[in-house]
Design a protein. Sequence first.
Length: 291
Amino acid sequence: MPDTAEVRLRMLTAGDADWVLDVDRETTPFARPIGWEHASLAEELEAGGWATDDQWGWAVLADGEPAGFAVVRDISSGDAVIDLRVSAAHRGRGVGREVLRQLADHHFAEHPELPRLSGRTHEQNVPMQRAFNAAGFRMEARYRDSFSLSGGAPASEWGYALTRADWQAGRHRADEHGYDLHGLRFEVEEVTGQDPHVVVGTIYKFLQEGRRILARYAAGDIVEGELAGTLVSDLLVYRYVQDLETDRGLRTVTGGGRSRLQRRQDSRLELVNEWNGDDGRHGRQVLVECR
């Protein structure tokens, strides 16, 4: 099976009810079932209830096979909301990203008055967060304790949106310009220079929103470290702050740096990082994507 699926959308029909219900009922800790009943869903589809000016149901096909569904609601409100489900057998092949792109192309073109498309995803659903990011959607909000399943503790959701201006600028199809680090973890493989705090084995955890990058790390006497910057093509330019545990209590260390992203022969990403502390120290690190 190829790494990337060929994705096509078409209108849901009554004949799709069986497999749509199967996808909706697939067990996942990150998505609530919509909870359709077969008879009512088939009846609504037959009557055109999911093909109106306010809501639209889409069948997702990957390489010609049913792979999931998407529902776009509240179109007339000006803030259309996307619910997307992809079957387990077709995840990890770029289906979600391409569905979001095609939904944007259709609904912004079909509804000239529509200013926004939005959606939410579970705070731990990194693949869906990456799909939103790759499709140009920007994270706008964190909804605390807004998600719960039967018997589970409440969790937060992240809210994403793509505006008409984003779509017109082509941001929904702009992932070719650089890298997506969101949700990835990098381990320090090599350290040279004057930093006694960041050691081999230190883990950096990355978040990305558009070109903005945030990473957090802790190791040894670093109680908390954080860097924030901008990624353009393969170059990350950032500032960092580290809280260090010392005999006299916490001490804050600041500085900046530049990291060059490249792909290793084993296909993992590598960050070659050159940093400069505000206290005059400097050094070099090599970070490798964790698998």
